[in-house]
Design a protein around this ligand. Structure first.
Ligand SMILES: Nc1nc2c(c(CN[C@H]3C=C[C@H](O)[C@@H]3O)cn2[C@@H]2O[C@H](COP(=O)(O)O)[C@@H](O)[C@H]2O)c(=O)[nH]1
Length: 348
């Protein structure tokens, strides 16, 4: 099958076709960025190549090697009650920006005999805190949490980056839960009536720290990364049951963080112009809201959507959330990959 026919038809000019339900507005708003983008582009031949590589890998994978454990309760507090639901919202309110300045060591924590960094350190630190009796699932408690307490929760090799922003986000979770959802995130989930899109929008609209959008050439561009990953994490944690039951989870887009672009670039699925490539390889900061940053995040969203389509054309049906997790896990062993872009932000 030639690569052009993968995109429906030989003369199909617009490969960035939109799905029927675009309430989320992420694919629709990032489409124009990908089409206009000058510094970042998607290599559709490499999208096809990666999909073929994954098909080969999956055919070789024996059923014994089950897909990676989606939700690991060793690192994630889980008691199956509303407390877990509130804890998950906090986890994703603080799920951003774990990297250190160039040539500085990363923030790490010691947890049950392991040295962890990044996302795993965040999840484990919040789990450790609950085990130490800190009621991180309590909205009242979160609404007035102090910097000292959060610093103690994230105690490790050095201070966690952006501590004050994390304190603000934690307090915001507490305040909004108390003011609008009677202290329980489960009430917000119930309002969404099992729609992942409705819940992601509800989170982005009610919790300002989750309202992850940008302006690109005067147009609003939506990413909603932490709002969407919160829905995906509920789905994983509750194994698609109870507060993790969603009938449109396939409508979620990729979660535009800093690791996915690194992995996609490693596989040449997205490419950067030489100036941008040099800036990133030198680990220089990329300004939040810059055209370059928005183009990187938009290309990430669409590269994952095109990858999903390429896989389904070959009979391998994956949601974008599954594609996202597969790419993110590849990025956990990124020693030989070129650096990820560095934008100081609370959004990812
Ligand atoms: N696109 C996408 N970004 C994700 C995740 C996760 C963790 N979720 C998985 C883990 C267990 C659950 O089963 C989920 O599958 C964290 N991040 C982002 O990465 C960055 C942290 O990276 P590092 O510095 O290397 O720890 C940071 O922006 C963080 O927000 C994901 O899944 N997808």
């Amino acid at each position: 099958m030639t690569e052009t026919s993968i995109w429906n038809s030989i003369d199909d000019e617009d490969i960035y076709t939109l799905p029927a339900d675009s309430r989320l507005g992420v694919l629709s708003s990032t489409k124009s960025v990908v089409e206009q983008g000058e510094r970042v582009w998607i290599n559709t031949d490499q999208v096809v190549a990666l999909s073929e590589q994954w098909i080969v890998e999956d055919n070789q994978r024996t059923e014994l090697q089950a897909s990676p454990a989606a939700w690991d309760e060793h690192y994630h507090f889980f008691d199956g009650t509303e407390r877990t639901v509130n804890w998950l919202l906090l986890l994703d309110a603080l799920n951003f920006c774990f990297w250190a300045e160039a040539n500085q060591p990363r923030w790490t924590i010691e947890y049950e005999g392991e040295t962890l960094n990044g996302y795993w350190a965040e999840a484990a630190a919040l789990t450790r805190a609950v085990k130490e009796g800190i009621p991180l699932w309590d909205a009242e408690y979160l609404s007035t949490i102090s910097s000292e307490t959060l610093a103690q929760i994230f105690r490790g090799s050095q201070p966690i980056p952006l501590l004050e922003q994390r304190v603000n986000n934690a307090r915001e979770v507490g305040h909004v839960l108390l003011e609008r959802f009677d202290g329980q995130f489960s009430h917000a989930i119930e309002q969404a009536q099992h729609s992942a899109v409705t819940l992601a929008l509800l989170i982005a609209e009610n919790f300002p720290s989750f309202h992850d959008t940008a302006l690109y050439r005067k147009q609003e561009v939506r990413f909603f990364k932490r709002a969407q990953i919160c829905v995906a994490d509920l789905h994983s944690a509750f194994k698609g049951q109870q507060w993790g039951t969603f009938n449109d989870i396939d409508q979620l887009t990729a979660f535009a963080d800093y690791k996915l672009p690194q992995v996609l670039r490693h596989y040449h699925v997205i490419e950067y112009d030489p100036t941008l490539a040099e800036l990133i390889d030198n680990q220089e900061l990329l300004k939040a809201g810059s055209e370059e940053e928005i183009e990187i995040r938009s290309a990430t969203i669409w590269a994952c959507e095109l990858l999903r389509r390429a896989m389904s054309k070959r009979g391998k049906f994956m949601t974008v959330a599954q594609i996202d997790q597969r790419l993110w896990l590849l990025g956990q062993n990124s020693a030989e990959m070129r650096p990820y872009h560095r934008t100081r932000t609370i959004y990812y």
